[in-house]
Design a protein around this ligand. Structure first.
Ligand code: NAD
Length: 482
């Protein structure tokens, strides 16, 4: 089956006629589909459509725009199982996680439909007693959204929903590794009756993303993906004076203190590290454990990790599925070899599972390394796989130093029952998303989301923070005539 771009309300092939193929990472004999392999000329057509639709869309009242989002939410809720199974088929995560992510998409659409009427502004005192001085938020304009494969429903929707409700028109360029869920999202918006050109979908690879970042008629780019690509997007936007927002990788720590609830700490560390095969920007990748409880924590952790079932996402007993591609599998295996050569101690996993059921997919055993020192490669670089490092430290002071000694700053957790420790952690940890007695992954859509340091361009997504990117402020003064 071949699937086209969605431009100006029409389903159209790439102008070159080129397509790319996506296969199921759990079984590469299964072809998910063929998708338009777009180039600069297709991006130009989408920009023209989005610009043409902008004057009408930005003039609509926010509650009129919101009705389209409510309709899209209802359609997505009705098609939830179909979208979730497409997500599992092309991305590999378990059906339970795909269903949860699709449900979150519904929540995001409904949340932002309501936010349209709460956009607000400020009335500002003026030195002129005969003046009314106030601010109003107006749309940014045409926005390009470039998204990764690991949350192919939630991430596009947490950009699309605020972009639309605040009056922007949209061009989505999803990952070439998860094109089908994006296709289904475009179907949802088409069925919701969005006017032609308000939402456009450009399928394709990095070349299409680069063309979108460099397209002059695009007023802003909201990007989520790797740090390497994020830098290219930022440079392209700076070059032509466009607004940009980047959400990138993480190397997220949990700190385990002696006063924690050990069962909770172990369970949530495993969950944060191994669910979605560790392919989350917020995945737990460093367990920093104080000496006093390190033996107990590590033994219980390894026991739990060894009990996890690996299998296709369609297996209801599977805890984690395959990784996304053969290249990702090789990259993770490379990190495992590097860890061994740098002197880390492999406690479990560490290879490709054997057996008929794994032969056609890209599986990696859930892997734990101990004896890891803070400067080892696996303690510094984002692996993006089911791999957890255990780092022993003397005390809480040392734990905080190690946790912060990293280029990233996305999420971080502390396990403790001491309020003083919790407060100190919240104040001193260098991360945008902080949890005490919770896993590093998983933030509610009504709260701001984003990182510090190399994880982000210092902006935030979701919650009310989204309006900072998708709107701009006008400062207005009305003064008395005469
Ligand atoms: P990626 O950077 O390879 O690709 C992301 C998107 O950019 C894709 O749509 C891709 O086609 C496009 N792209 C590639 N080259 C481009 C270029 N030169 N110009 C413009 N666009 C281009 O990332 P990925 O492998 O899809 O995703 C995994 C990464 O995303 C990880 O680093 C992960 O941590 C990060 N991530 C971050 C968050 C967050 O919110 N912080 C969330 C999810 C994933």
């Amino acid at each position: 089956m071949s699937f086209n771009n969605y431009i100006g309300g029409e389903w159209v092939a790439a102008k070159s006629g080129a397509t790319f193929e996506r296969r199921n990472p759990a079984d590469t004999r299964d072809i998910v589909g063929k998708y338009a392999d777009s180039g600069a000329e297709d991006v130009a057509a989408a920009v023209a459509a989005a610009r043409a639709a902008l004057p009408m869309w930005r003039k609509l009242a926010p509650d009129a725009r919101a009705q389209f989002l409510y309709r899209a939410a209802d359609i997505l809720a009705r098609r939830k199982d179909e979208v979730a199974s497409a997500l599992t088929r092309e991305e590999g995560k378990t059906l339970m996680e795909s269903g949860g992510e699709t449900g979150r998409g519904v929540v995001l659409l409904r949340y932002y439909a309501g936010e349209g009427l709460r956009i607000g502004g400020d009335v500002i005192p003026s030195v002129n007693p005969n003046a009314l001085f106030f601010t109003e938020r107006v749309p940014l304009g045409v926005v390009g959204l470039i998204t990764p494969w690991n949350f192919p429903v939630a991430i596009p929707l947490w950009k699309i929903a605020p972009a639309l409700v605040y009056g922007n028109t949209v061009i989505l360029k999803p990952s070439e590794l998860a094109p089908h869920t994006a296709h289904l999202l475009a179907e949802v918006f088409a069925e919701a009756g969005l006017p032609a050109g308000v939402f456009n979908l450009i399928q394709g690879r990095g070349t299409a993303g680069a063309a979108l970042s460099g397209a002059n008629g695009v007023d802003g780019i909201s990007f989520t993906g790797s740090a390497v690509t994020g830098k290219k997007v930022a440079l392209a936007c700076v070059e032509r004076g466009a607004k940009y927002q980047l959400e990138m990788g993480g190397k997220n720590p949990v700190i385990i203190l002696p006063d924690c609830d050990m069962e909770q700490a172990v369970t949530l560390t495993v969950q944060g590290a191994m669910r979605s095969s560790g392919e989350k920007c917020t995945a737990t990748s460093r367990a920093i454990v104080t000496e006093e409880v390190a033996d107990e924590f590590t033994a219980r952790l390894v026991e739990k990790v060894k009990s996890l079932k690996l299998g296709p996402g369609t297996d209801k007993d599977a805890y984690l599925g395959p990784v996304i591609t053969s290249e990702a599998q090789q990259k993770i295996l490379g990190y495992i070899e590097k860890a061994k050569s740098e002197g880390a101690e492999l406690l479990c996993g560490g290879g490709v599972p054997t057996g008929e059921e794994f032969a056609q997919g890209f599986y990696i055993e859930p892997t734990v390394f101990a004896g890891v020192t803070p400067q080892m490669t696996i303690a510094q670089e984002e692996v993006f796989g089911p791999l957890l490092t255990v780092i022993r430290v003397a005390d809480f002071d040392a734990a905080l130093t190690v946790a912060n000694d990293i280029a990233y700053g996305l999420s971080a957790s502390l396990f403790t029952s001491n309020l003083g420790n919790a407060l100190r952690f919240a104040r001193e940890i260098e991360a945008g998303l902080i949890r005490v007695n919770g896993e590093t992954a998983g933030v509610e859509p009504q709260a701001p989301f984003g990182g510090m340091k190399g994880s982000s361009s210092f902006s935030r997504e979701q919650g009310q923070a989204a309006k900072e990117f998708f709107t701009q402020i006008k400062t207005i003064a009305f003064e008395k005539a005469g």
